[in-house]
Design a protein around this ligand. Structure first.
Ligand SMILES: C[S@@+](CC[C@H](N)C(=O)[O-])C[C@H]1O[C@@H](n2cnc3c(N)ncnc32)[C@H](O)[C@@H]1O
Length: 263
């Protein structure tokens, strides 16, 4: 398939594979994250009241990856989840993202952590993964679905590259259900976050005012039961969910139907 054509370039001793882009389908995400790549880890943790690393650890704790198994971390960004996966398992990890500056920041961290033999980064789109069917023992995606046009099509694409019996896992922001927690969340995301990000940088100011309304809008369109149904329609069954931090995050994990993979 023409769009799946890949060409390899060497950057910093770690392979970055560049995938052909399709129009400007990902321009918004690239613009948003291209402007915050250098400080992403720090502010992600600070703006989530130190919850972000906790959510990430919980997600990775659900992953069962044996020695030599191969996992894909879609929307890897600065490779934080991919690195956590490599640290907590003996598997090999491929991190994929559509925003090159995020990947370049990730490359430095992978290098610094001495994980360049086990974590490789690929530039590409979640909507058209440049891998054959049933390549990976596990596929993880974090904070991705709000940036794709058709979440179900993208989930199906991630399930395609997963081996039968392999695990699909995700972490996304959520909206608290409890009325008081929800009111505090709305106040924080609509009033506090837009304000505190103003002096940080133009990129973070943009994120600060975009994030709250975008999360609310996503869950108005796709509530949790709808998402679990989507996973099942894409062949992931059973599906389990957890809503840490009073529902401020949503973690989902499940197994692809069919013969068990070599995990
Ligand atoms: C909020 S960041 C999360 C980064 C990382 N997963 C983490 O938890 O630290 C979202 C990432 O999704 C990437 N992204 C957005 N749309 C994408 C797409 N269609 N395909 C691949 N990556 C995408 C962005 O470039 C960005 O790096």
């Amino acid at each position: 398939m023409a769009e799946r054509r890949v060409s390899a370039v060497a950057e910093g001793g770690i392979a970055v594979v560049t995938q052909r882009r399709k129009g400007d389908a990902n321009a918004f995400a690239q613009g948003l994250f291209g402007g915050i790549s250098g400080s992403y880890g720090f502010w992600a943790q600070a703006l989530s009241f130190l919850q972000y690393l906790r959510w990430r650890r919980f997600l990775v704790s659900r992953l069962k990856l044996g020695r030599g198994a191969l996992a894909l971390d879609v929307s890897t960004g600065t490779a934080g989840v991919a690195i956590e996966m490599a640290r907590r398992s003996q598997g090999r990890i491929v991190g994929l993202d559509v925003t090159r500056p995020m990947l370049l920041a990730g490359l430095s961290t992978v290098d610094r952590e001495g994980l360049d033999g086990r974590v490789a980064l690929v530039e590409g789109r979640a909507e058209e993964l440049p891998f054959p069917d049933e390549t990976f023992d596990a596929v993880v995606f974090t904070f991705l679905l709000r940036y794709v046009r058709e979440p179900e099509v993208t989930i199906r694409e991630m399930a395609r590259v997963l081996k039968p019996g392999g695990q699909l896992l995700s972490l996304e922001f959520g909206v608290p259900e409890n009325a008081l927690a929800c009111a505090l969340w709305v106040f924080y995301t609509r009033a506090v976050m837009p304000l505190v990000t103003v002096p940080v940088s133009r990129g973070w100011r943009r994120v600060g005012s975009f994030l709250g309304p975008n999360i609310s809008d996503f869950y108005r369109r796709y509530y949790l039961e709808q998402l679990t149904d989507m996973w099942r329609r894409c062949g992931i069954n059973p599906v389990e969910t957890a809503r840490p931090s009073l529902g401020g995050a949503v973690v989902m994990w499940g197994v692809k139907e069919g013969r068990r993979g070599n995990r």
